[in-house]
Ligand binder design. Structure first.
Ligand SMILES: CC(C)(COP(=O)(O)OP(=O)(O)OC[C@H]1O[C@@H](n2cnc3c(N)ncnc32)[C@H](O)[C@@H]1OP(=O)(O)O)[C@@H](O)C(=O)NCCC(=O)NCCS
Length: 218
């Protein structure tokens, strides 16, 4: 199957989507190498918000995230893409345009290595800069991913969320994701880690009814 959206790192190949009907107006497009610094900052701040005060540790972590991301962008397969949302608000227009959020989409097998299962579209690293949250930016990034998955001719989208990440769980519920599986039994038992919830959204046009994600107790 040949994808209609080619390499995420090829400039201009993924048509940028400009949304002026929402506030702030934004552009969703594929990340380019010049966005790496901003992306590393958003991801570090979003997934490790308490580490900002530990400046040396924060810098180390951010550098690691930057390198990972650089590697992923450079070695992206035709089914890997990193989307960014850029602020198009003329009143805040600076160059480069402020990066408001990001998400990564790929195709991978969710089964352990010893099981053979078909690869499926998988979404990760959804993050919105704290200054821009609550304005529907994550929703727009998710909708953009769904469009790409359909263009790739898949019908399903999967992602993981931690059970204690209530804002993200609410977002996914609202967007029609359903609980598929609860992972991480031993980590939860031994280290008191939050469980990872595998969520699924069928994109085949069938109605999905957002509801509370009922979790079995551990
Ligand atoms: C989760 C996150 C991506 C949401 O981004 P956002 O742009 O603020 O989300 P949106 O404005 O599109 O919100 C859409 C819906 O999500 C839910 N939501 C978002 N933030 C919420 C919050 N703080 N509390 C409760 N619900 C929230 C709401 O249902 C909201 O719909 P509503 O505005 O109609 O109530 C953002 O908070 C973030 O980057 N968090 C840190 C990283 C993270 O946890 N990523 C998810 C990993 S699985």
């Amino acid at each position: 199957m040949s994808p209609q959206f080619p390499l995420s790192t090829s400039p201009g190949l993924l048509p940028a989507r400009v949304l002026t009907s929402i506030q702030p107006p934004l552009q969703i497009s594929a990340a380019q190498p010049q966005h790496l610094q901003g992306l590393a900052t958003i991801l570090t701040d979003s997934f490790h918000p308490t580490l900002r005060s530990l400046s040396w540790f924060y810098a180390l972590l951010r550098a690691g995230i930057y390198e990972d991301l650089r590697h992923r962008l450079r070695h992206a397969s035709p089914y890997d893409i990193c989307l960014i949302a850029l602020d198009l608000d003329p009143s805040s227009s600076t160059l480069p345009m402020p990066l408001m959020g990001t998400v990564e989409l790929g195709v991978r097998s969710l089964a352990p290595p010893w099981q053979i299962r078909p690869a499926v579209p998988y979404l990760s690293n959804l993050a919105v800069d704290a200054a821009f949250r609550g304005r529907g930016i994550a929703k727009q990034l998710l909708l953009a991913c769904e469009g790409i998955v359909l263009a790739w001719e898949f019908q399903d989208l999967y992602l993981h969320v931690l059970e204690n990440n209530y804002p993200a769980r609410r977002l996914y519920e609202q967007m029609g994701y359903q609980l598929q599986q609860v992972d991480g039994y031993w980590g939860v038992r031994l280290w008191r880690q939050p469980r990872r919830l595998l969520l699924h959204k069928p994109l085949n046009g069938a109605a999905t009814f957002p509801g509370v994600l009922e979790l079995p107790s551990c």
